[in-house]
Structures are given as structure tokens and as C-alpha cells.
Design a protein around this ligand. Structure first.
Ligand SMILES: C[S@@+](CC[C@H](N)C(=O)[O-])C[C@H]1O[C@@H](n2cnc3c(N)ncnc32)[C@H](O)[C@@H]1O
Length: 222
């Protein structure tokens, strides 16, 4: 039993050193393009001492959001789900055909809430902000701030708009977790938006890169 545990910890250490990731990053198994709940717990712990709610932009059926909502409650915070809830918008020339309009349609915000309720997530724990990015941001109070936001919308333009909107809304020390950072997609889709963001923005530092997720922390201003 002890030997097994030691072996597992040693393997995690080696994986993380190889990937230049923090040594406490959980070890797989991971499914490509999917947020593992162990990884979400690891990220949430980094946001514990930072004031502000949790947000996920691009929630689909809530596979990650159901965990995000529970982690938010554990820290006395609220969770916010942003999505069109009718799937992808029209792709542009920066996207290509991989994610056509309507892909990931869940049938509207009420259908999403139903999925969450079925998964045992209390409605009182979270807010739902329906609409395409950036229209879904227009009703959000100016005062809302985040200690952790996930951005996972695949296309180039909503990733640009999401990053722009989140920039000033994440508190110092807070976490920005980006999905879809794929080297083969350089020059297109979300990867292009993330590269452009990093090339002009010095407010965030990279703390991990694994499973197409890039995890950034907002630097604390002195
Ligand atoms: C890959 S799925 C997100 C998966 C989810 N984060 C998870 O872990 O299960 C992408 C989501 O982004 C949403 N989305 C994509 N483009 C959008 C846009 N322009 N405005 C609003 N939502 C968008 C889609 O509706 C879809 O639900």
C-alpha cells in the first residue's frame, strides 16, 4: 500500500518535472480537451485566498461547471455560467470548419439548468448568463470580480472578446484557465487568440500547461 503510494507520487513528480509544471499538479488520467475534476480542485485551491467569484465561459453540458459550482460554494463564492446555450456561432476565417455553427447546442439556458439539477447542483449556487460572447457580458454588474475564470469557447473571436472582458475582472492573484491551447492550431482558433493575448499582455504569468489547458495567474501589483 505504502509502496504503491510512493510509486504514484514519484511518477507524478517525474511527469511534472518533464512538463515544467508545478510539482503538486495531480497526475492523470486525463481525457483530451476535458477538465478533470482533480485538476479543477487543484486550480480552485490556488484561488482560495483571492476574493471574487468563479466563472466558466463556455460550459456546454456542465461537465466542468458542476464541479466549479461546488468548489465555489466550498469557498463561500458564487459560480457564473456563460454560454450561448445554443452552441457555436458562425465560424470566421480565423477558425476554419472544425467547429460549425450550432455545435454544442444544449437547447437553451433552461435545458442547461435542468442538466445541473439532474447532476445534483443546487440552483442557488450559480448564475446563468445566456447569449453569444460578448453580448452575454452586457447584463453583468460592473462590480462583479473573479478569483478564477475558465475560458473554453474554441473559436478565435469569442476567445479574444472573452480575454479582453476578463482582463480587468480577475482580481490580483486570481487564476485564468484557458482551454484549447493546441500547438497544431497555431495561427487559428482559440490558440491564435491566446498567443496574441500573451504577446501584448504582461499582467499574467503562466503557472502550468497540460492537456491543452494553459493556467495563468494574475500578478499582484505592488
Ligand atoms: C467545448 S464546449 C465547452 C466545454 C465545457 N467547458 C466543459 O468542460 O464541459 C464550448 C462551449 O462554448 C460555447 N460557445 C462557443 N462559442 C461561443 C460564443 N461565441 N458565445 C457563447 N458561447 C459560445 C458553446 O456553446 C459550447 O457550450
Amino acid at each position: 500500500m505504502l509502496l504503491k503510494l510512493l510509486k504514484r507520487e514519484a511518477a507524478r513528480f517525474v511527469d511534472n518535472v518533464r512538463g515544467s509544471n508545478p510539482l503538486d499538479l495531480p497526475r492523470g488520467p486525463r481525457q483530451s480537451g476535458t477538465w478533470s475534476h482533480a485538476d479543477l480542485e487543484w486550480i480552485a485551491a490556488k484561488a482560495r485566498d483571492v476574493p471574487g467569484d468563479f466563472a466558466e465561459i463556455g460550459v456546454f453540458r456542465g461537465a466542468a461547471f458542476r464541479k466549479v459550482a461546488v468548489l465555489a460554494r466550498q469557498q463561500g463564492k458564487r459560480a457564473h455560467a456563460f454560454d450561448s446555450f445554443i452552441g457555436m456561432n458562425e465560424p470566421t476565417s480565423a477558425d476554419g470548419p472544425t467547429y460549425p455553427k450550432g455545435m454544442f447546442d444544449v437547447g437553451g439556458p433552461d435545458a442547461f439548468v435542468h442538466l445541473m439539477t439532474t447532476a445534483g447542483v443546487e440552483r442557488a449556487l450559480y448564475d446563468v448568463w445566456p447569449g453569444y460572447v460578448p453580448e452575454c457580458f452586457t447584463q453583468v454588474p460592473d462590480s462583479l470580480r473573479f478569483s478564477w475564470a475558465i475560458l473554453d469557447v474554441d473559436h478565435y473571436q469569442p476567445t479574444v472578446d472573452g480575454l479582453r472582458w476578463l482582463l480587468s475582472r480577475i482580481n490580483d492573484g486570481g487564476i485564468l484557465a484557458l482551454d484549447d491551447y493546441v500547438v497544431q492550431n497555431k495561427g487559428k482558433l482559440a490558440t491564435r487568440a491566446i498567443d496574441e493575448f500573451l504577446s501584448i499582455n504582461r499582467e499574467f504569468e503562466k503557472i502550468a500547461l497540460f492537456n491543452q489547458h494553459m493556467i495563468l495567474r494574475k500578478k499582484t501589483r505592488s
